[in-house]
Design a protein around this ligand. Structure first.
Ligand code: FPP
Length: 238
């Protein structure tokens, strides 16, 4: 294995930002930007398979996004439904497991149904995982973990002195998924926006000015090449 291959991140997380600006620059409705953004997601999922990235987590809808205009929210929800239907064949073809993090119960019933169906149909695949963050907020995820841990303490099953960072990690949405190695944010904003706060503690950050609808395989390959050049120290001095 070459050194470059050895440095492929196992888990890439993406804040897919800039759909609105991409559409606005063309005088088009924002939803057109989200539609093109969905095409970028398809392209990056394929690129993950080709480059050997096992986990891809994408911020598709934050718990704060519900305050957007009603038609944008409903447009995004129906785009999500279409995405799931259109993507299903390719998920099977490439043996990709679909999972989600966030408040499933907030989503419209039809979206929940579609998500549950595709997640169940792909649950046995072990090669790659696509994780959609939907109605997701990291502070809420950590708060839920604290609540569950508090219940275990209250029930006498857990000694507070035995709570470690691992205990917290085990109570997050998907405890079996390794932390992201690389976090990509498109459209140039230098923010984390309540995304995977716990899990990105040691992730390498890559911010590009490219807007999400323009972020395709060549831009992804550049992010991976940048990652391969980084020297991760995890607090050590070497
Ligand atoms: C941020 O761009 C993007 C979102 C809030 C939604 C992300 C959704 C997609 C990429 C659509 C495809 C995903 C699925 C799962 C169907 P923005 O609207 O905040 O852009 P702006 O900052 O330029 O306004």
């Amino acid at each position: 294995m070459s050194e470059e291959q050895a440095k492929v991140p196992q888990h890439v997380a993406v804040i897919m930002d800039g759909n609105g600006r991409w559409a606005k620059a063309r005088g088009w409705p924002r939803l057109k930007g989200h539609q093109e953004g969905a095409n970028s997601l398809r392209a990056i999922l394929r690129a993950c398979r080709d480059h050997g990235v096992k986990y891809l987590t994408v911020y598709a809808f934050s718990s704060e996004n519900w305050v957007r205009p009603k038609d944008e929210v409903s447009g995004l929800m129906s785009l999500l439904k279409t995405f799931l239907r259109k993507q299903e064949f390719e998920l099977h073809e490439n043996q990709v497991r679909l999972r989600m993090i966030g408040r499933m119960e907030d989503l419209p019933a039809a979206v929940q149904k579609e998500l549950q169906r595709v997640m169940a149909a792909t649950a046995h695949y072990t090669g790659h995982q696509l994780i959609l963050a939907l109605s997701y907020g990291s502070r809420e995820e950590i708060t839920n973990a604290c609540r569950q841990i508090a219940r275990e303490v209250q029930a006498g099953r857990l000694d507070p002195e035995k709570i470690t960072p691992q205990t917290i990690a085990q109570h997050l949405y998907l405890p079996d998924v390794p932390d992201p190695d690389l976090l990509i944010r498109t459209s140039g904003e230098m923010r984390i926006s309540n995304f995977l706060l716990w899990q990105i503690s040691y992730a390498e950050l890559y911010v590009t000015p490219v807007l999400w609808p323009d972020f395709r395989e060549p831009q992804f390959a550049e992010a991976l090449a940048d990652f391969a050049r980084r020297h991760r120290r995890f607090g050590d001095i070497q």
